[in-house]
Write a new protein. Structure first.
Length: 241
């Protein structure tokens, strides 16, 4: 109990189990540049996405520690990465960051909306870097069943019903503002596609998305061996939004 309290104030261990709170090796795992990432096949309406690496190893441990083990201090390095991704996605001009919302149940379980926290940090970082940036909590997540174990098609169907636009939350958007979705993990892309569809339905075009990590494509073993580093990457050539 006392150890838990101490860990809440000052985490003793890094997410990797090494000396904490955030070891140089794990910092390095977050330090790479954002790269275009897309699932294969990409769902219709998925905006161009940037990710900082595959969802495994250090990135997975860091995200799980942040999301599921109360390591809120990691919102700073993770949010800063989202800011870098947004700056990469938009050469200039003001940015509107729309975090993919969690369900009310997930917010309660995690004592807060983990993506809203990251988006808030990213907006602050962008502003400190001299960019105009705004957080827009444009969406709410409907209660939904756990997607674990669902097929890609089942996930897509569930994702289509998963979000709705908050009434009155989209008023401040003006022409020229670039809306960027931010999320933690890109898997099938169905969540980001569904969110982008919801925003398009109220005339808000989405110019792209930034995530921390993208799951590796479950491709055939021969393909995976031939190109182990690039299997999660697929260059997005055009804005299909
Ligand atoms: Zn570490």
């Amino acid at each position: 109990m006392l150890r838990d309290l101490i860990d809440l104030v000052l985490p003793a261990d890094c997410p990797c189990g090494g000396p904490g709170p955030f070891c140089p090796a794990c910092q390095a795992a977050l330090a790479g540049p954002p790269e275009p990432a897309a699932p294969t096949p990409a769902p219709p309406g998925l905006p161009p996405c940037l990710a900082f690496g595959p969802y495994d190893g250090p990135l997975q441990r860091i995200l799980l520690a942040y999301k599921e083990r109360g390591r809120r201090d990691l919102a700073a390095p993770l949010g800063d990465r989202l800011a870098i991704g947004v700056a990469r996605l938009l050469a200039n001009g003001p940015a509107v960051l729309v975090p993919v919302p969690s369900t009310a149940a997930a917010v309660r379980a995690r004592r807060g909306d983990h993506m809203e926290r990251l988006a808030r940090r990213a907006v602050g970082t962008l502003r400190r870097d001299g960019r105009r940036a705004t957080l827009l909590r444009a969406l709410v997540a409907r209660p939904r069943p756990d997607s674990a174990g669902l097929s890609a098609a089942e996930r897509a169907a569930a994702a289509g019903d998963a979000f709705r636009v908050r009434p009155g939350r989209t008023g401040p958007l003006r022409a020229g503002l670039a809306v960027v979705l931010v999320d933690d993990i890109l898997t099938t892309g169905s969540t980001l596609a569904a969110v982008a569809d919801q925003l398009r339905s109220v005339d808000i075009p989405v110019c792209g998305a930034v995530v921390i990590a993208a799951t590796r494509r479950r491709s055939s073993p021969t393909k995976a061996c031939r190109d182990p580093n690039r299997q999660y990457l697929s260059v997005v050539n055009s804005n299909r939004g």
